[in-house]
Design a protein around this ligand. Structure first.
Ligand code: SAH
Length: 235
C-alpha cells in the first residue's frame, strides 16, 4: 500500500470514509488535550470520555467537535474548549451529591458533563433560542437531572438555592453578589472575571460565612451580560 495507512493516527483512522468514529476521537481528546495537560480527577475524565460532544455543535462542525478549540454555536456564542470545560469541572470538586448551578447554558455541553458528576443540575441561559435547543438536546441524550431555565443568570436562581457548586461560563466584569449569596456552606463558585480580552478564572469558597478566593489561571470567554454583567446596571 502506498502513502499513509489507516492506522497511522487515531484521528486518521477515525475519519476514514463514512464511519466517523467519534468514540475514538473522544478518547484521543481526553488523553492528549486533557489528561496530558494536568486534569487528574478520574470522574471528570470519565465524564469527558462519555458525553458525545459532537451532538452539541452545529451539524456542519461535528467533525471539529473533538479539536482543541471553542466552536461557534449560533447567536454569536461558543461552546468552550474541551480543556476549559474539564478544568472548570475539576475545580468544582464534585463528589456526586451536589446541587449545581451553571450560568450560561450555551449548547448544554457543560451541563451534560455536570449531570454525570452531581445530584441535581440547574442551568440558566439568557438567549431563549439557545436555551430551548439545549433543553431538547439534553432530554434526547438522557441528561434527565438537568433543568434548563431561561433568564438572567447573574441573579442566580433564588428558588433552588443554596448551591454546593456554581459555574459561570461567560466572562464577568465583577462577581455578581447573588451568586455568592446563593452558595451553600462549603460551596464553590468558579467564574472568569476581567476585561473582554482576558480574564482570571477565580474560585470562591464559602467557608464559615467568609469567602476565600483563589486565582486558578487565565482564560478567555464570551461576555456575561445581564444585571450584574456587562452593560448591566452595576457594571
Ligand atoms: N457552557 C456553554 C458555553 C457557554 S458560552 C456550553 O457548554 O456550551 C456562554 C453563554 O452564556 C452564552 O450562551 C450566553 O448567551 C450566555 N450568557 C451570557 N450572559 C448570560 C446571563 N446573564 N445569564 C445567562 N446566560 C448568559
Amino acid at each position: 500500500m502506498l502513502g499513509k495507512t489507516k492506522s497511522e493516527t487515531a484521528a486518521g483512522a477515525a475519519t476514514q470514509g463514512e464511519a466517523l468514529n467519534y468514540g475514538l476521537l473522544r478518547r484521543a481528546m481526553v488523553e492528549e488535550q486533557i489528561r496530558r495537560r494536568g486534569i487528574v480527577a478520574p470522574r471528570v475524565l470519565a465524564a469527558m470520555r462519555e458525553v458525545p460532544r459532537h451532538e452539541f455543535v452545529p451539524l456542519e462542525l461535528a467533525v471539529l467537535a473533538y479539536d482543541d478549540q471553542p466552536l461557534p454555536i449560533g447567536e454569536g456564542q461558543t461552546i468552550s474548549q474541551p480543556l476549559m470545560v474539564a478544568a472548570m469541572t475539576e475545580a468544582l470538586e464534585l463528589t456526586g451529591s451536589e446541587r449545581v448551578l451553571e450560568v450560561g447554558t450555551g449548547s448544554g455541553y457543560q451541563a451534560a458533563i455536570l449531570s454525570r458528576l452531581a445530584r441535581e443540575v440547574h442551568t440558566v441561559e439568557n438567549h431563549a433560542a439557545l436555551a430551548a435547543a439545549a433543553a431538547e438536546r439534553l432530554e434526547r441524550l438522557g441528561c434527565s437531572i438537568v433543568r434548563v431555565h431561561t433568564g438572567d443568570g447573574t441573579l442566580g436562581l433564588e428558588e433552588f438555592a443554596p448551591f454546593d457548586a456554581i459555574v459561570v461560563t461567560a466572562a464577568a466584569p465583577r462577581i455578581p453578589p447573588p451568586l455568592v449569596e446563593q452558595l451553600a456552606e462549603g460551596g464553590r463558585l468558579i467564574i472568569p472575571v476581567g476585561g473582554s480580552q482576558q480574564q482570571e478564572l477565580l474560585r470562591l469558597r464559602n467557608s464559615g460565612g467568609k469567602t476565600e478566593r483563589e486565582v486558578l489561571h487565565y482564560c478567555r470567554f464570551v461576555p456575561l451580560v445581564g444585571l450584574f454583567g456587562w452593560n448591566g446596571r452595576f457594571e
